[in-house]
Design a binder for this molecule. Structure first.
Ligand code: PEP
Ligand code: MN
Length: 338
């Protein structure tokens, strides 16, 4: 960080700030300019409370230099991180995988049919919620462990890697037993104990951005997973809350290049939760791939009108297949493959 002194700061005030820096076991470097004096702090100050300096007499402001997140940052790793789901689906390389499937696992017939149809359409991984974080406690909550068993059956049948959500630290081991990748939903994005719990096991984590999280908050929170030991983290933009009400959320596509600039972690986009309307999903899939997304998470249902959850934003397998064909052309234009 750099501590900028006020123009009228005295030499004693500068020395006091410098002594506080040394008290924190960091090195101080005082730079006296023509108008202002600044105290540069040398060393990793991320674990220190920077705001303490704002209380010191003569200090104007404190400017952080290092990103507040360490393992997730580009400063710590320049090469992009690649994460492998299951045996074959790799995220973060040239290929842009499509993770598709229903919002919820509803029955054996539904998940088997979904898996086969999304695979035929070009998907390389299967999504489906067994534990659902519902806004209303009286809504369908998912099939729980029975749903996980059905997902594992669908994987056996198709070879598709399985992505499914985990809601609590107590259920991490159970979900990890069946899934190839654990999804952390937007409502749990700041549940730090859950983030630590998925960080302590080795399966990849698809970590969605909280609906009201800034990019800095998001990357700092991803650090809970990384610092607990799991480096297989996939970021996922699924839209944020704004004043706009034509779409369920506002899908913020500029975060794709921004996250990739700040971090080495792969970035996936979920245009289904991001828009809330199936008719908007194909265009947002194309825009996401054009903007550099490393993968897409898309809700697809064999019979959206009868889906138990999120039918309005679910594509039919036919529309998914058409969208994948269009995505192949978009991907080629940005030197990627679908
Ligand atoms: C979902 O993927 O079905 C879901 C619940 O997502 P989100 O946490 O982004 O709302
Ligand atoms: Mn959903």
């Amino acid at each position: 960080m750099i501590i900028v002194m006020r123009p009228d700061a005295t030499e004693q005030q500068v020395e006091y700030v410098a002594s506080m820096v040394r008290e924190m076991d960091l090195k101080d470097h005082v730079i006296v300019g023509t108008d202002l004096t600044v105290v540069a702090v040398i060393g990793d100050d991320r674990k220190k409370d920077r705001t303490a300096f704002e209380l010191c007499p003569g200090v104007d402001r404190v400017v952080p230099i290092l990103a507040p997140y360490k393992i997730a940052s580009r400063e710590s790793r320049r090469q992009p991180t690649q994460v492998t789901l299951g045996d074959s689906c790799m995220i973060g390389g040239e290929l842009v995988p499509i993770i598709a499937g229903p919002c919820s696992v509803e029955s054996q017939e539904q998940i088997m049919e979904s898996a086969k149809l999304v695979q035929q359409a070009g998907a390389t991984a299967l999504r489906g919620g067994a534990f659902k974080p519902r806004t209303n406690p009286y809504s369908f909550q998912g099939l729980g462990e029975d749903g996980l068993k059905l997902l594992a059956e669908a994987r056996k049948e198709t070879g598709l890697a399985v992505v499914t959500e985990v809601l609590t630290p107590a259920e991490v081991d159970l979900v990890a037993k069946y899934a190839d990748c654990l999804q952390i939903g937007t409502r749990n994005a700041q549940n730090y104990k859950l983030l630590e719990a998925v960080g302590r096991q080795p399966k990849p984590v698809l970590y969605k951005r909280g609906m009201s999280m800034t990019i800095d908050e998001y990357l700092q929170a991803s650090e809970y997973i990384l610092a607990a030991g799991n480096q297989n983290v996939i970021l996922c933009e699924r839209g944020i809350r704004t004043f706009e009400d034509h779409t369920r959320n506002t899908l913020s596509l500029s975060v794709i290049p921004e996250l990739k600039y700040r971090s080495h972690l792969p970035v996936v986009v979920d245009p289904s939760q991001g828009t809330g309307h199936a008719r908007l999903v194909p265009a947002m899939c194309k825009a996401a791939v054009a903007a550099g997304a490393d993968g897409l998470l898309i809700e697809v249902h064999p019979d959206p009108e009868h889906a138990m959850t999120d039918g309005a934003q679910s594509l039919t397998p036919t529309v998914l297949a058409e969208t994948v064909q269009a995505l192949k052309r978009i991907a080629a234009a940005v030197d990627r493959r679908v």
